[in-house]
Design a protein around this ligand. Structure first.
Ligand code: MN
Length: 154
């Protein structure tokens, strides 16, 4: 059976036919850098959505937390991620989950873009941003502080 909800979109270099490349978020505080968003699957019949994010070399996603979870598959490139209180190197095809209320951020290495698929609940709470107090708590961990300065150890 085929109807207007049937999707087959050809891919070309991490862009998909008929999928808009969207600004990442509307926020003037510049808490993120050089990142685009494509919504690949979003249908009222589904409880989840699949998005593709691409972070330009040296860029990063917003540092945030929320009740909903993320399931992330790194599709291209590499970099580091912060999830909770752990900084980890990430590489193409790695899988990362972000548990409820864990602070998280994805950073691309300097030489290449970092692209990842991110699965989320269709209905989800709004992300919380860190207060200055949250930030100083996070930065008390030397590894996290280096990550936030974009100087992760190798
Ligand atoms: Mn998030």
């Amino acid at each position: 059976m085929s109807d207007e909800r049937t999707i087959h979109r050809k891919a070309k270099a991490y862009r998909w036919e008929g999928v808009d490349e969207l600004p990442y978020k509307k926020d003037d505080r510049a808490l993120y850098k050089s990142i685009t968003r494509q919504v690949l699957f979003s249908d009222p019949e589904m409880q989840g959505e699949l998005r593709y994010f691409e972070v330009a070399p040296g860029g990063f996603s917003t540092l945030e937390r929320h009740q909903h979870m993320h399931a992330v598959l790194i599709l291209r490139g590499r970099g580091h991620c912060l999830v909770g209180d752990a900084v980890r190197p990430i590489d193409t095809r790695d899988l990362v989950t972000v548990p409820p209320m864990a602070w998280h951020q994805f950073r691309a290495t300097k030489g290449e873009p970092l692209g990842f698929l991110c699965m989320v609940n269709a209905t989800r709470d709004k992300p919380q941003l860190p207060t200055p107090e949250d930030l100083s708590k996070l930065a008390a961990n030397a590894e996290i502080a280096a990550f936030l300065r974009n100087e992760p150890k190798a």
